[in-house]
Design a protein around this ligand. Structure first.
Ligand code: FAD
Ligand code: GLY
Length: 366
């Protein structure tokens, strides 16, 4: 007999896996279909920063959502360890957003004035900066210290959400390309894939930067575009920074085992995941100008990923206004890791028909 799943999720990145995890926890019969492997695209490439303040200014419409999502991490990390057995390497190591000029310092002070008191954001003068991060360049005007922002391993988070979903009963099929929808009247009944049809009461497209090309099959337009980002990592015997260091065009994230992850370039309108010499040279110049001793670190590797962005610059989370049984969760651009926990909850609420008054304004119809 044909299985009809409660929910079918297209895409095994962090967004698809977070949705699958929340729905599996609520007892739904879930299927995840992934063209490659889980955590193989943007969610593998990400630096894993949970940067409410580094990425979003106090006035950003995503600020509350991001803060709520970041604050879910301590409990989520513990839960995932228990259910999947995996450590997602969550740390609340704090971030420093550096100012290299007086103008940048003024902008950061304005950001600081718009943040909640609970965030305990503090301005650091150059001597204070040198005292807590001694290897930073002395040519900086100061920095904003954001103690509550942290970081995780993005690939481990995604794999762990996928594994936890399976342990809670979800089916996950990798190397399965979804190429069309099955329609009856105005309802999506499931999908056609490279290994055959699958049926579900609810279908959710969480295909990252590739969501638009699939949704075109049913005339849904997201005005989406891809933004390539390149990163590299090095290892060093000394711990060069304790906190994540963030400037425009470059960040340095300390990871376990003496690794430092340095990102990231921005190149819109390409799905090409190759790494350019120019992109890496630019990143290296920026990174060594703020952390000169990085030049002596040992090379590890470089990679690229494709961020899902759209013209409105906000995630697209909600039901299709055209098709019953079809929902969308994509467009998380630079903040999919940060926003994954709350996106999972929002979409699970949507599927269960629950109103979430505080956060409902983030859910739309497409
Ligand atoms: P993806 O991870 O791309 O997953 C989508 C999945 O859907 C893919 O695995 C794809 O194969 C699958 N798929 C697509 N179409 C189909 C189909 N038709 N059939 C089956 N499967 C399909 N965010 C942060 O919060 N913090 C960071 O520090 C951070 N750093 C970043 C650094 C870089 C270099 C990049 C590129 C991104 C970074 N991001 C960061 C952003 C973050 O990575 C993304 O927002 C997030 O990973 C998007 O997740 P996703 O699940 O929507 O997309
Ligand atoms: N959030 C970091 C990046 O997208 O590069």
């Amino acid at each position: 007999m044909t299985t009809v799943y409660d929910v079918l999720v297209v895409g095994g990145g962090v967004i698809g896996c977070s949705i699958a995890y929340q729905l599996s926890k609520r007892g739904k019969n879930v299927l995840v279909l992934e063209k490659n492997q889980l955590a193989s695209k943007a969610s593998k490439a990400a630096a894993g920063m949970l940067g409410v303040h580094t990425e979003l200014n106090g006035g950003s419409p995503l600020y509350r959502l991001a803060q709520t999502s970041r604050d879910m991490y301590p409990v989520l990390a513990q839960e995932l360890k228990e259910v999947s057995g995996m450590d997602i390497e969550y740390v609340e190591n704090g971030m420093i957003k550096l100012a290299r000029t007086e103008a940048e310092a003024q902008t950061l002070l304005e950001v600081a004035s718009k943040t909640d008191e609970v965030e305990q954001v503090q301005w650091m003068s150059p001597p204070n900066l040198s005292a807590c991060e001694p290897y930073l360049s002395k040519h900086v005007t100061g920095g904003l210290f954001i103690p509550r922002d942290g970081n995780v391993s993005a690939p481990k988070l995604t794999e762990s959400l996928g594994l936890a979903s399976k342990r809670l009963g979800a089916d996950v099929k990798e190397y399965t390309d979804v190429y069309d929808f099955m329609i009856e009247g105005n309802r999506v009944m499931g999908v056609q894939s490279s290994i055959g049809p699958f049926y579900a009461s609810e279908t959710i497209v969480a295909g990252g930067a590739w969501s638009q090309s699939l949704l075109e099959r049913v005339g849904v337009t997201l005005h989406a575009y891809p933004v390539k980002g390149e990163c590299f990592s090095v290892k060093y015997s000394k711990k060069l920074v304790e906190r994540t260091i963030f400037t425009e065009g470059c960040y340095i994230v300390p990871k376990p085992g003496g690794r430092l992850l340095i990102g990231a370039t921005e190149q819109p309108n390409t799905f090409d995941e190759t790494i350019s010499a120019g992109g890496l040279m630019d990143l290296m110049n920026r990174a060594t100008s703020i952390l000169p001793e990085l030049s002596y670190a040992h090379w590890e590797r470089a990679w690229a990923g494709i961020r899902p962005q759209n013209q409105k610059g906000l995630p697209r989370i909600g039901r299709s206004g055209i098709w019953e049984g079809l929902s969308i969760a994509t467009g998380h651009y630079r903040n999919g890791i940060l926003l994954a926990p709350i996106t999972g909850v929002l979409v699970a609420d949507l599927i269960e028909g629950k109103e979430n008054h505080q956060l409902h304004s983030y859910v739309g119809s497409f």
